[in-house]
Design a protein around this ligand. Structure first.
Ligand SMILES: Cc1ncc(COP(=O)(O)O)c(C=O)c1O
Length: 390
């Protein structure tokens, strides 16, 4: 009897691009087997650990057994109110805690599910390139069509939205402060984006995961500061980056009621929310976590300056920005970013993220992350200074 082998993976899963960096990971292991201490500057996983405000709050609430079940609505409400107060204090934006906020299990979860909750097959979703891969991948999973908006240094890494009027997008992903380029957006750009959404009917999704990772007195702004933005935009915020607690899995989305209703409808069929003691700890941070936050940012800022000085000493060209956990660096003399990353690993024991992993317009660049312990960053800087002319 002839058997046909069917793939276990659904077609939409098969449609996802393969992981680009497998080769690099195996080369790293080889290097380590040779006895080289590889310093990993490739991933953006904040290493400082959650503020003690959150840890103490969590410890107290873990003893409360009535919080061990499915998250009580009263706890969700405490969180939504804390978010609403913070949005007012930080951005002067009014958010209705009952209809314009939703907790998410990390912004990655929220972003991906929002795409699935709103994009139909054949809908166009505008996705920046280079970018955090979840925007394009969730679009593929939704069966919708991702259309690339190139980001270039000539345009300060802001998309030329007017070029895309003709495609009638359903969703437009924006991400400022930006991963991987570290670029920032000011209110004038958000005003342009809101006008674009109003005239095209698109929903703007601003991923503001790095909104609180700012240095040297810089304050990022919220897309919701623009008058009327709440009708056409949502914004995601993440405790992972703001408070160095990526493993806790908590964030939130604020803005358009219609979008939040759609996401809530999908999520109540897929998950059962964030663990109540985690929501309460996160709420306490929005109120009392800012001194500890400032100390963390000072530490990341110190590493960033160290890396920037080492890059400059080696004549690397980088994007100068007051925000994010990343430095976006041009590969000297152009060329393949994967090959360059392999060369850095081989000659200097440094692991960096090749730009092409963020999309075709990331080619020719690599990304350094400041989420590596300061003593290791020091060693990385010495090695970077030695690779001049690689
Ligand atoms: C731009 C961007 N958005 C979202 C996320 C995901 O964050 P979270 O831990 O909140 O899911 C990341 C993580 O690296 C990111 O870089």
């Amino acid at each position: 009897v002839e058997t046909t082998r069917r793939s276990l993976q659904a077609k939409r899963l098969q449609a996802l691009p393969v992981y680009l960096f497998e080769d690099l990971a195996s080369k790293r292991l080889k290097k380590e087997a040779e006895g080289v201490e590889v310093i990993d500057l490739s991933i953006g996983d904040p290493d400082l650990g959650a503020p003690s405000t959150a840890i103490e709050n969590l410890k107290r609430n873990l003893g409360q057994k009535h919080l061990h079940g499915y998250t009580p609505e009263a706890v969700n409400r405490v969180f939504r109110q804390a978010v609403s107060r913070w949005m007012r204090e930080r951005f002067n934006v009014e958010i209705d805690p009952d209809s314009e906020v939703l907790p998410v299990i990390g912004t990655k979860e929220g972003l991906a599910h929002l795409t699935m909750a709103t994009a139909d097959p054949n809908d166009v979703v505008l996705v920046p390139d280079p970018a955090y891969p979840v925007y394009a991948r969730s679009t593929i999973l939704a069966g919708a069509k991702a259309v690339t908006m190139p980001l270039s240094p000539e345009e300060d890494y802001l998309p030329r939205l007017d070029d895309f009027r003709g495609v009638q997008p359903k969703l437009v992903f924006l991400n400022y402060p930006n991963n991987p380029t570290s670029a920032t957006a000011e209110k004038a750009f958000y005003e342009e984006a809101v006008a674009f959404a109003r005239s095209t009917g698109a929903l703007l999704v601003n991923d503001a995961a790095y909104s609180e990772v700012c240095f040297d007195g810089y304050h990022s702004c919220s897309i919701l500061e623009v008058a009327g933005a709440k009708e056409v935009a949502v914004e995601f915020h993440s405790f992972s980056k703001t408070f160095s607690m990526a493993g806790w899995r908590v964030g939130f989305v604020v803005g358009s009621r219609r979008a939040i209703d759609a996401l809530a409808k999908l999520k109540c069929n897929l998950d059962s929310g964030v663990f109540a003691p985690i929501l309460l700890a996160a709420s306490s941070l929005l109120e009392q976590g800012w001194e500890e936050h400032a100390r963390m940012i000072a530490e990341y800022g110190k590493r960033r300056r160290m890396l920037i000085e080492a890059l400059a000493a080696s004549n690397f060209e980088y994007h100068d920005s007051p925000a994010t956990l990343y430095i976006w660096v041009r590969i000297p003399n152009g060329g393949s970013s994967v090959e360059f990353a392999e060369k850095l690993l081989d000659r200097a024991g440094l692991l960096v993220a090749p730009g092409c992993g963020f999309g075709e317009y990331g080619e020719g660049y690599f990304r350094l992350s400041v989420t590596c312990p300061t003593e290791k960053v020091e060693i990385a800087c010495e090695r970077l200074r030695e690779v001049n002319g690689i």
